[in-house]
Design a protein around this ligand. Structure first.
Ligand SMILES: *[C@@H]1O[C@H](CO)[C@@H](O)[C@H](O)[C@H]1NC(C)=O
Ligand SMILES: *[C@@H]1O[C@H](CO)[C@@H](O)[C@H](O)[C@H]1NC(C)=O
Ligand SMILES: *[C@@H]1O[C@H](CO)[C@@H](O)[C@H](O)[C@H]1NC(C)=O
Ligand SMILES: *[C@@H]1O[C@H](CO)[C@@H](O)[C@H](O)[C@H]1NC(C)=O
Ligand SMILES: *[C@@H]1O[C@H](CO)[C@@H](O)[C@H](O)[C@H]1NC(C)=O
Ligand SMILES: *[C@@H]1O[C@H](CO)[C@@H](O)[C@H](O)[C@H]1NC(C)=O
Ligand SMILES: *[C@@H]1O[C@H](CO)[C@@H](O)[C@H](O)[C@H]1NC(C)=O
Ligand SMILES: *[C@@H]1O[C@H](CO)[C@@H](O)[C@H](O)[C@H]1NC(C)=O
Ligand SMILES: *[C@@H]1O[C@H](CO)[C@@H](O)[C@H](O)[C@H]1NC(C)=O
Ligand SMILES: *[C@@H]1O[C@H](CO)[C@@H](O)[C@H](O)[C@H]1NC(C)=O
Length: 884
């Protein structure tokens, strides 16, 4: 018995000794790898032989769950690491995956990693890797995933790349490669993803052997200096799902596509010099051609089993080429299709009625082609369609009565066609922002129902044969553009449409009358009476409105009160990112006694709380949001709290219980930009306004492009820009969607301010936040700074928001100068006009036309440097002091 147990002890001792030995040696390997790395942010602090943490639990290290554990994944992405990538790491026998992406490694390609016997995935994307790809790249033969993207790699792609025959993912995008892409790439027969995009110095044809890659799912060659004809590759690329050849110098006609791409989801050859007719197919069955679809003599519906093959295509982009011939008509009825862009070509053909089968279709742009077609009934049946522009074609016939029935329709452009007949009533597209029917042959009256579209902003009906009066109701829409020039309209022009808009928008209608027009109207008296009557109803309805609002507000108040009492009993948890010598109870007590600051915005009230040490913090109270687990919440808030930027307010900590969250921000002394603009006598000098604009742009560009994870602000308005003692702006209320969750965020946004002019028009249909939506809101801020007007004038019925006001004015002669804030515009008109120009671009109704925040920032900075040069030359008077 004794012997047995002794034996056992011995055994287990030697076993654990073995364990220790293997563990410590893997730890040593990791430590020696760390030795050559510079870790300025000290993110690898857990990598140490003095802590008790097992190396499998070190930051970024993952081990197998076998026994003994071995390191197999090292993920050091986004840690500001630099120094040397040491080959010592290859002593880890089971290392399969090494991710060093998004760091600052500044060296040649670490070929020595080819000694790592089990390495399968190497990601060194987005570093400062330089030099050429050596021929010895072939030593990486065992690799399956190689990501060198977004570095400074130059020179030719060597032939050796063809020997990487296990490779499934090869990403060389975003580098400085030159020369031509070698044919042998076609030997990497396992490739699933091939990305050579964004290499502007390449000068290459597309190697025909790429067509041998029958497992390839993504072929990304966009923006890379590819020229010449596209070789006959499609028939071999049987698995292709995403093809992007856009923005190159490709020419000639497309090779046959046949029925070879059944999995295709996205097809993009836009912005090249391709010409000729579009080949049959992509993914359709051969028989479709026989049915006469191409000649448009087909008049039945397409049998389902025939389109089954093409059923995955979602995006089709061929715009800005020189294609001719019939547009592939089967495309119009694909069940998953979302996007068609074919503008600026010479396509002909018809838009078939079967477009109604494209039940997911969202966006169609076929402007500037030669489509000869009626506007089909089927168009109005596609209820997901939010943009349809077909200007500059040969569309003829009448607009069908349902042409604008899609409930999400936002932009419609039929200008410069041959449409005739009447203008149907428009009722259902209540999200319509922009409608252009200019330069057609429409007759009859402008329908009254246009006045019922609540967000209609741009309406261009010029150059038609419309007659009758301008509907009185249109003046309530506060249109930013209303062009009815060159029709045959008659009668009195509603007053606010005369006063606010340039006369040129009314010209060419000899029978219109009103003040300022060549004709004055007769019979004013009877009209006065109706006007008074409508004023009275207006007044009555606004009284009713006030009443309803009061009732709702009271209800909310009662709910809040009962809620408050309940929530105080729940347990609070708190996390402070700064030492604060105050606990959650003190905070809540301090808040209960106080009035909230300002209106707090859609997501909750803001309170200023004095801390015992004399400092103060701003506390935002978010109530009733269904959020994630405490752990997930903490991670999200931490993500935001880690942001360090001088134009972004710091988050100091948070407390939360079951239904409330208190976010604690640093308190910024001067209050918000909104408060400053609202003061009637505020006179911020231009230099300060420009500095504010630059600061805000810096903060946003940081969130969009530099911070990881990339963030969107989503709630930019002048009230959310705080000013410190030096008028340095700081963004607050950013990225709350990450904390409250997308659903709650959207609800809250919808309840608060759907019609807020900071929210871009496309938000009505997409509900998707993008950099471009932030850019729009920023444009509104710029307009406030340039004009000195608040974005939204409170209450008064006939006031325009700043976007519409500016849009109207700048169409007038000298209008741009007139919108500038007269209190300050004497000495800095040029700079202010330049900023106005940027603001107008940012607030474009078309999202793609808005610049990125980094571009805006550059532009503002260059205006600023010109500005400060000029003011140095003037130098004399000095800035007037700031008044509020
Ligand atoms: C990386 O360095 C930049 C600039 O020094 C700093 O702002 C950022 O917070 C650092 N990121 C991490 C993850 O440490
Ligand atoms: C920790 O590692 C360093 C160098 O890597 C070595 O000098 C030191 O002796 C080690 N300490 C322990 C306790 O193993
Ligand atoms: C790593 O940490 C987890 C919990 O933090 C622990 O359960 C696990 O045992 C640790 N692993 C090792 C190998 O020490
Ligand atoms: C780890 O590597 C060793 C040595 O190459 C090998 O024997 C072992 O099977 C590997 N373990 C795993 C889980 O791959
Ligand atoms: C490499 O890392 C970058 C940065 O996180 C990531 O975007 C990319 O998808 C990774 N590459 C591969 C092939 O997984
Ligand atoms: C590519 O493959 C072909 C045959 O499949 C072979 O003849 C050729 O040598 C290979 N090229 C390279 C560079 O491996
Ligand atoms: C196309 O070629 C012209 C010169 O022939 C060059 O200037 C241009 O940059 C090229 N475009 C692209 C997208 O590579
Ligand atoms: C179109 O319909 C007519 C009458 O229904 C029929 O005679 C004709 O054959 C059809 N054309 C095609 C191409 O199916
Ligand atoms: C119309 O498209 C052609 C190419 O087909 C292009 O050359 C022309 O510039 C386009 N016109 C406009 C106004 O964009
Ligand atoms: C409508 O199309 C015309 C001609 O292509 C263009 O000039 C105009 O800007 C478009 N309108 C809108 C609102 O996009």
């Amino acid at each position: 018995m004794a012997i047995f147990s002794r034996c056992f002890v011995l055994l287990s001792f030697s076993f654990s000794f073995f364990l220790l030995a293997s563990a410590s040696s893997e730890a040593d390997i990791l430590l020696s790898f760390k030795d050559s790395i510079e870790d300025v942010s000290n993110t690898l602090s857990s990598w140490s032989n003095t802590t008790a943490i097992h190396h499998c639990n070190w930051t970024g290290v993952t081990c197998t769950n076998t026994f003994p554990q071995n390191v197999y994944f090292i993920d050091l992405q986004s840690m500001n690491l630099s120094g040397e990538i040491s080959p010592s790491i290859c002593q880890l026998p089971n290392l399969t995956n090494l991710n060093l992406a998004d760091n600052l490694f500044n060296q040649a390609i670490p070929l020595h990693l080819s000694q790592c016997a089990s390495l399968e995935t190497l990601n060194i994307s987005n570093n400062l890797i330089w030099g050429t790809i050596p021929e010895q790249i072939s030593q990486f033969q065992f690799l399956k995933v190689l990501d060198f993207s977004r570095n400074h790699i130059e020179g030719k792609i060597p032939e050796g790349i063809g020997l990487l025959n296990n490779l499934q993912v090869l990403n060389l995008g975003g580098n400085l490669l030159t020369g031509s892409v070698p044919m042998v790439l076609g030997n990497c027969s396992e490739l699933v993803v091939l990305d050579i995009s964004q290499n502007p110095f390449l000068l290459s044809e597309i190697p025909a052997d790429i067509g041998k890659l029958n497992k390839l799912e993504m072929l990304l060659l966009q923006s890379s200096g590819f020229y010449g004809q596209i070789p006959n590759i499609f028939e071999g690329l049987k698995s292709l799902s995403i093809l992007d050849l856009s923005v190159n110098n490709l020419t000639g006609s497309l090779p046959p596509i046949g029925m070879s791409l059944p999995n295709l989801v996205s097809f993009d050859v836009s912005q090249n010099k391709l010409f000729g007719p579009f080949p049959n197919g992509i993914c359709e069955a051969k028989d479709l051609a026989n049915l006469g679809l191409y000649s448009n003599s087909f008049n039945g519906s397409i049998p389902n089993d025939l389109i089954k093959e093409c059923s995955n295509l979602e995006r089709f982009q061929v715009q800005n080429n020189m294609f001719t011939g019939n547009f592939p008509s089967w495309l119009w009825s694909l069940p998953k299709l979302k996007l068609i862009r074919a503008e600026n070509n010479r396509f002909s053909g018809e838009i078939p009625d079967s477009i109604s089968k494209a039940t997911q279709l969202e966006q169609v742009q076929i402007d500037n082609n030669s489509f000869v077609s009626k506007v089909p009934q089927g168009l109005g049946l596609v209820s997901s369609l939010y943009r349809f522009s077909a200007s500059q074609n040969k569309l003829y016939g009448e607009l069908p009565p349902n042409f604008c029935d899609s409930p999400v329709m936002s932009i419609m452009n039929f200008s410069h066609n041959y449409l005739s007949g009447g203008f149907p009533e428009v009722k259902k597209c209540r999200k319509l922002v922009s409608l252009s029917l200019a330069d057609n042959n429409l007759v009859g009256e402008i329908p009254q129902s246009l006045a019922d579209l609540p967000v209609l902003t741009y309406l261009d009906l010029s150059h038609n044969n419309l007659s009758g009066p301008i509907p009185e109701g249109l003046q309530n829409l506060k249109l930013a553009l209303f062009n009815v020039s060159f029709n045959r309209l008659s009668g009195r022009v509603p007053l606010s449409l005369i006063s606010g808009l340039p006369a040129s928008f009314l010209q060419g209608n000899p029978d219109l009358c009103g003040p300022g027009l060549p004709n004055t109207c007769s019979g004013d008296q009877s009209r006065h009476r109706t006007a008074n009557l409508s004023k009275l109803t207006g007044a009555l309805s606004s009284i009713a409105l006030v009443f309803v609002v009061a009732i709702v507000a009271f209800g909310v108040y009662v709910l809040r009160q009962s809620h408050k009492q309940k929530s105080q009993m729940d347990a609070w948890k708190s996390v402070f990112f700064y030492p604060m010598r105050i606990n959650e109870h003190d905070l809540i007590m301090a808040m209960d006694g106080k009035a909230a600051r300002g209106d707090g915005g859609a997501f909750g009230q803001v309170y200023i709380v004095n801390l015992p040490n004399g400092e103060s913090v701003a506390v935002k109270r978010l109530e009733n949001f269904r959020s994630q687990s405490f752990k997930a919440l903490k991670t999200e808030v931490k993500t935001l709290a880690k942001i360090r930027h001088r134009n972004i307010v710091k988050i100091l900590g948070f407390c939360h219980n079951d239904d409330s969250l208190l976010l604690i921000y640093e308190n910024i002394s001067r209050g918000s930009l909104g408060d400053v603009i609202r003061k009637p006598d505020s006179q911020l000098p231009w230099t300060i306004r420009l500095r504010i604009a630059i600061g805000v742009a810096q903060g946003l560009a940081y969130l969009h492009q530099d911070y990881l994870p990339r963030l969107l602000h989503r709630n930019i308005k002048s009230r959310n820009i705080l000013l410190d003692a030096d008028f340095e702006p700081k963004l607050t209320d950013f990225a709350l969607d990450r904390i409250v969750g997308e659903t709650a965020y959207q609800l809250s946004l919808a309840s608060g301010s759907e019609k807020s002019c900071y929210i871009p028009p496309e938000y009505g249909h997409t509900k998707k936040a993008t950099e471009q939506s932030d850019a729009y809101s920023f444009g509104v801020i710029l307009l406030e700074l340039v004009t000195g007007r608040q974005a939204e004038q409170p209450a008064a019925m006939d006031s325009l928001n700043v976007v519409k006001w500016v849009r109207r004015k700048i169409n007038l002669k000298n209008g741009a100068v007139q919108v500038l804030d007269p209190k300050i515009s004497q000495n800095c008109q040029q700079a202010m006009l330049a900023v106005l120009e940027i603001a107008v671009q940012c607030t474009s109704v078309v999202p793609e036309k808005r610049p990125r925040m980094s571009e805006v920032l550059k532009a503002l900075q260059s205006i600023n440097s010109r500005n400060s040069l000029a003011s140095k030359e003037l130098s004399s008077s000095g800035e007037s002091s700031v008044h509020f």
